[in-house]
Design a protein around this ligand. Structure first.
Ligand SMILES: [Cu+2]
Length: 157
């Protein structure tokens, strides 16, 4: 009997299946991205900025806030349903796991009046109406560089 011989075509299929399983294991970490947003006293868009102010990401990516300058922290103002709101420590790096699709709108509380706001879109803008409502009401509390909110709104896909 030849119970232990495997026909070449089946051996090929088994190899392909094995490779597919292996790729499935390594793909999430290999393909997910870390997006870095710097908290700065001055940038190309003026004083007190998150750079970049708009990030396009995918589910599984991470968002890392870097305290490039001191005096900043970051607090979410709108997140997709099921996502965890956040509040970072002053002058501390902060990492957000982007596990839910939608829009995440955030600010630096001490510099909100100066328009220190940012947005990350993960996949589709499934919470567009609720997030943009928060963005527009927040814009009314900004004294300078309020147009940055318009730029965030225009950055939504
Ligand atoms: Cu700030």
């Amino acid at each position: 009997m030849h119970a232990h011989t495997v026909h070449p075509s089946w051996r090929h299929r088994l190899l392909a299946a094995g490779l597919a399983a292996l790729c499935g294991l390594v793909a999430p970490s290999a393909w997910s991205a870390e997006h870095v947003v710097r908290m700065r006293n001055a940038g190309t868009d003026g004083p007190m900025v998150f750079e970049p102010a708009v990030v396009q990401a995918r589910v599984g990516d991470t968002l890392r806030f870097e305290p490039t300058n001191t005096g900043h922290f970051v607090r979410s103002l709108a997140v997709p349903e099921g996502a965890t709101p956040w509040l970072s420590g002053l002058d501390q790096p902060w990492v957000v796991a982007l596990e839910r699709e939608g829009l995440y709108f955030y600010n630096c509380p001490p510099h909100l009046m100066m328009g220190m706001v940012g947005l990350v879109q993960v996949g589709a803008a499934v919470n567009r109406s609720s997030a943009t409502a928060v963005m527009k009401s927040t814009q009314g509390r900004i004294y300078s560089h309020g147009a940055r909110v318009d730029a965030l709104l225009e950055g939504i896909r």
